[in-house]
Design a protein around this ligand. Structure first.
Ligand SMILES: Cc1cc2nc3c(=O)[nH]c(=O)nc-3n(C[C@H](O)[C@H](O)[C@H](O)COP(=O)(O)OP(=O)(O)OC[C@H]3O[C@@H](n4cnc5c(N)ncnc54)[C@H](O)[C@@H]3O)c2cc1C
Length: 369
């Protein structure tokens, strides 16, 4: 019997498994489809919340910890598996961002470095940027991670780990509390018992946990993205404008995101979204009009109120935990979110105050933003 069963093999489940097996805890991952194919694959991989000053202190605390950890995590996975997650410390440029006063205040409070660039200086840095704007905010320490490669690397690491097993195509239907304090994980074929169980089922967490009487709100929020074929050097940094962004991968591909759609579990792509994303991409960098779109896809973010993830033991249960609801920031938050989960599971000193994330802690409101 594994020490910990993890339900869901997205970035949260896989990274938690890595954290635990590296502490000699045995882990079994149970995934309804294939691992690393849902939101964590579909996301953009910006290692920062968009417009970070709009987020609450609990998000900033996890994001700051994780931003420090990412370069080393990527290097470690690359060395362990030969699959480089291609962390790109490219910086982020925001032409004419809203709320300039708030930016300075937030950056000062959280010891974040930023610069103000004149249009001339910004265009000198990004010559392909053709948008009319007056000045830009430059965040030199924000990068991006190539999330599909991060997931492949994590999967390869865990498949080779002697104390980890991965069971795919095995949807979990529910849970039962055993008299011995263990948790039964109910699947189609059988019930798997474990001393501790962590639910990392992303956008599906609300529906999976609702029958347990949990009041946690996690709803799917669709996002559509495009990627252009490689054009190395066309842009060098992430460019964010009016909620849409271009992300340069290290091989020259440029990812464009994203839409926010409240359409349930539907993952279809649409012509309207494609047109809207292309319009923004061409407005920012007209030279992209001569580059082919390689792919267009959609994924389901695990939307939770204010994007504050639920991390901790489920009320009324013994040894059944949740780590879900990271909304738009699951990739950036993942290293810190799973380390906190590990701390709670193993009785370690937590890296941040766990109270804001506890499933029972009231969120400021039920709104997503
Ligand atoms: C378009 C888009 C852009 C994004 N951009 C960024 C970004 O730039 N930066 C950032 O930080 N974040 C970004 N995100 C958000 C980020 O991708 C998510 O917050 C994060 O991936 C959530 O990870 P997860 O492991 O909780 O969920 P998922 O990756 O969805 O994994 C959950 C897993 O649980 C499995 N599962 C569900 N139900 C069951 C069940 N009953 N039994 C067994 N298995 C089950 C699923 O099949 C899935 O594999 C973006 C998301 C999208 C969609």
């Amino acid at each position: 019997m594994a020490d910990v069963v993890i339900v869901g093999g997205g970035v949260i489940g896989l990274l938690l498994a890595k954290d635990l097996v590296q502490r000699s805890v045995s882990v079994r991952i149970i995934e309804q489809g294939d691992v690393g194919r849902e939101a964590s694959w579909a996301g953009g991989g910006i290692v920062s919340p968009l417009y970070p000053w709009n987020y609450s202190a609990p998000i900033t605390a996890l994001a700051s910890w994780a931003q420090q950890a990412y370069p080393q995590l990527a290097a470690e996975l690359s060395a362990l598996t030969g699959i480089d997650p291609e962390f790109n410390p490219c910086g982020l440029l925001m032409p004419d961002p809203p709320n300039r006063a708030e930016i300075a205040h937030w950056a000062d409070r959280n010891q974040k470095q930023f610069g103000i660039l004149s249009r001339h200086a910004a265009v000198e840095q990004e010559p392909a940027l053709q948008l009319p704007f007056e000045e830009a905010v430059w965040w030199p320490h924000i990068g991006n991670i190539r999330n599909p490669r991060l997931l492949r690397s994590l999967q390869a690491y865990l498949e080779a780990a002697p104390n980890c097993s991965i069971q795919t195509r095995c949807p979990v239907q529910g849970f039962e509390q055993r008299a011995n304090g263990r948790v039964g994980v109910i699947t189609d074929g059988k019930t798997i018992e474990a001393p501790k169980v962590v639910v990392c089922t992303g956008a599906w967490s609300g529906q999976l946990l609702a029958p347990l009487g949990c009041t946690m709100l996690v709803d799917p929020v669709k996002g559509q993205m495009l990627v252009f074929e490689p054009r190395p050097g066309l842009i060098n940094s992430i460019i964010l404008h009016e909620g849409r962004y271009l992300i340069p991968r290290r091989d020259g591909r440029i990812v464009v995101g994203s839409t926010l759609e409240f359409t349930g579990f539907d993952k279809s792509t649409s012509g309207d979204a494609r047109s809207a994303l292309l319009e923004k991409a061409y407005q920012l960098v007209p030279a992209l009009q001569s580059v082919s779109v390689e792919a267009h896809w959609a994924g389901l973010r695990p939307g939770a109120p204010h994007g504050i993830p639920y991390i901790g033991e489920l009320p009324g249960w013994e040894n059944l935990y949740v780590n879900a609801g990271h909304f738009r920031n699951g990739l950036v938050l993942a290293p810190a979110s799973v380390r906190l989960m590990t701390n709670l599971l193993l009785g370690e000193t937590p890296i941040v105050d766990p109270r804001p994330y506890h499933p029972q802690t009231p969120r400021p409101s039920a709104e997503m933003f």
